[in-house]
Design a protein around this ligand. Structure first.
Ligand code: M6R
Length: 610
């Protein structure tokens, strides 16, 4: 939610600010702005709409200066508009601020500040920060920032620019990410690595409660509460700059769908020990006694990561025979779950920054659970908060719609289930061997699926004008149906619902009329016949049915209207293959409907507000 950048150095600030914002647009894209100090004053330029609107607006009068800040917004307080865009300034244009997060006590602060004569230009929560800074400032910029932080409540990543201190930017954070890229005679600030990766691989990751004074030739760190100075370790970014580019693909989503074989290989690398018939998870190092301490497991996540958790439940319960509950993070923390030192809480998050998931994780740590994060971003807030971490090796995922993060999350939850099952000896060695061999072969099978892309494109063109769609399946297929339906609604704006196939007849079947699109997943052999009966129920109401089935199931052709075959694998691994045509289907539907695939309306990649 919201992308923020900052630059200080010998070059012009604007090129980095605009380039950095373009790399962060996935975090929010309803308006954008920059503030640059030109030697005399802070020049602020902002515009509602995409970054291009701002680009057009400043054409011919680009603010000149070697220090500046920028912001791309996902509106929370106040509609998207020029005035509500960041940066925000105080009454006299002495300070400018960009913010990601929410200032929870902004209304009372705003009232107070207005009573003392401050004039507000916007409806945002952020503007109070600029006015507070104006009040707290008595010549020492850092002291004033620390005083402001004492007054505000909520979550934030903040970057401050002061006219009287053109040699420094100050930044700080709580519950929202900030990274500082280290350059030669210049330094960069950003919400996320893609903004700085073209300029620096050496960086500092700011923690909650820390403040950085960033100058062209160095960075100093202070604790915000005590004011104590400290040194910070350099973090080396291991993503390549190309990984954050489209590399010839029309959209990031399509590129990321095609990166799945590599992402899966990377995630499996070093973890599949076929010779010794075991899974290696050095990150855990658990003994059987450790495992016996876990009386139950919670998997907590949001959106697509939650759907990966549903598959994880199935894997862990089936293979390791430990009871698992899966919860939506925003519900979990408020429902007083029964958690104690015998509970293992697994949080799943691509970004490692999702506010709801992070808050649930903090609460579980407080309650004494063992916590384990499955995340894609090294050193993210969730990675640092959890007691143990297993990384998915998907590389940067830029498109709002999650694809390769999901399949690599499935890989990790399966590896985890196999690891637990190996320790507990709840799996036969032959079964373990079979799954490990099929896991190794998965990337090749995904490549085989890509060879059928044209079939998906044709199906998308057939269904593109529909307003509703249903995804059905049983068992693991149901969990994947949920993900398929989320993908479709998220980027093509078609209303889609996922149903456990056996549940349709308890109400929803009333919505099936001639021509209603039904995408039926039928990959699980133990309930195959049951699923076929449910497919026949929708066919009897003349639904237009696309079935996704294993290659040997040709008899389905007599039952449904369209069939898409997935390569042969063990049933447990079918989700990782089945989701690929569903991702492609959503993608081509969105393209056919002229939707903005990578930046769907109302959404943002990293959801750092509650
Ligand atoms: O970064 P996270 O995995 O924690 O994000 C969770 C969800 O916000 C995310 O999966 C969202 O549902 C995606 N846009 C789905 O494609």
């Amino acid at each position: 939610m919201c992308g923020i950048v900052g630059y200080i150095g010998s070059k012009q600030a604007e090129p980095f600010l605009m380039e950095g914002l373009s790399k962060l647009e996935y975090r929010g894209y309803d308006s954008a702005g920059i503030a640059v100090f030109n030697g005399e004053k802070i020049v602020v330029e902002k515009s509602v709409g995409r970054l291009n609107a701002l680009r057009e607006k400043i054409k011919g009068h680009i603010p000149q200066g070697n220090i500046g800040i920028g912001h791309t917004r996902w509106a929370t307080h106040g509609c998207p508009s020029d005035v509500n865009s960041h940066p925000h300034v105080d009454c006299h244009g002495e300070f400018a601020v960009v913010h990601n997060g929410i200032i929870e006590n902004y209304l009372e602060l705003r009232k107070e500040l207005m009573a003392r004569g401050h004039h507000f230009a916007s409806e945002t929560d952020t503007e109070v920060v600029a006015h507070l800074l104006e009040e707290c400032y008595q010549g020492d910029f850092a002291v004033a920032v620390r005083a402001v932080l004492k007054r505000i409540r909520g979550s934030y990543a903040l970057v401050f620019l002061a006219k009287a201190h053109p040699d420094m930017l100050i930044c700080t954070k709580k519950d929202n990410p900030l990274v500082i890229g280290i350059g030669q005679g210049e330094n960069f600030i950003a919400s996320d690595i893609p903004a700085i990766i073209n300029h620096s691989k050496e960086s500092y990751i700011l923690n909650d409660g820390e403040m950085a004074i960033v100058r062209a030739d160095g960075v100093e760190f202070y604790q915000t509460v005590s004011g104590e100075k400290f040194d910070k370790e350099i973090f080396t970014i291991n993503w390549s700059a190309e990984a954050a580019e489209k590399n010839g693909y029309e959209h990031f989503m399509l590129k990321e769908i095609h990166e799945q074989p590599k992402a899966i290989r990377d995630t499996l690398s070093g973890r599949l020990d076929i010779t010794n018939n075991r899974v290696v998870l050095n990150e855990l190092n658990w003994s059987l006694t450790d495992l016996q301490n876990f009386h139950r497991i919670f998997i907590v996540a949001c959106g697509t990561a939650y759907h990966a958790g549903l598959v994880g439940k199935y894997y862990i319960e089936k293979l390791a025979r430990i009871p698992v509950e899966v919860d939506i993070a925003s519900e979990f923390r408020y429902r007083q779950p029964i958690v104690d030192e015998h509970t293992l809480v697994i949080v799943v998050s691509q970004s490692g920054e999702t506010s709801d998931t992070l808050a649930a994780l903090k609460e579980m740590n407080r309650l004494g659970a063992t916590t384990l994060a499955i995340t894609n971003v090294v050193s993210s807030s969730i990675a640092r908060e959890a007691q143990k971490v297993i990384y998915t090796m998907a590389g940067p995922e830029i498109a709002v719609a999650s694809t390769k993060a999901y399949t690599t999350q499935l890989i990790v939850v399966l590896l985890l289930a196999l690891y637990l099952a190996g320790l507990k000896q709840t799996i036969e060695p032959t079964e373990m061997e079979k799954i490990l061999c099929h896991l190794r072969d998965l990337p090749e099978k995904i490549d085989m699926l890509f060879a059928q892309t044209e079939t998906i494109e044709k199906l998308a063109s057939h269904f593109k004008d529909k307003n509703d769609a249903f995804f059905i399946g049983r068992s693991l297929d149901y969990a994947v149906a949920l993900e398929g339906s989320l993908k479709l609604k998220e980027i093509s704006y078609i209303h889609a619902e996922a149903y456990a196939a056996g549940e349709l007849k308890h109400g929803t079947l009333a919505l099936i009329v001639p021509g209603t699109p039904v995408i039926a997943l039928a990959t699980q052999r133990h309930i195959h016949e049951k699923t076929i009966s449910n497919i026949k129920e929708v066919k009897a109401r003349q639904a237009d049915v696309l079935a996704i089935v294993p290659r040997d199931n040709t008899s389905i052709e007599q039952v449904v209207d369209h069939v898409f075959y997935i390569p042969e694998t063990v049933d447990l691994l079918a989700p990782i293959l089945t989701v690929i045509p569903l991702q492609l289907f959503a993608y081509y539907m969105a393209v056919a409907r002229g939707c903005d695939v990578d930046k769907p309306r109302n959404l943002a990649k990293s959801v750092t507000v509650e």
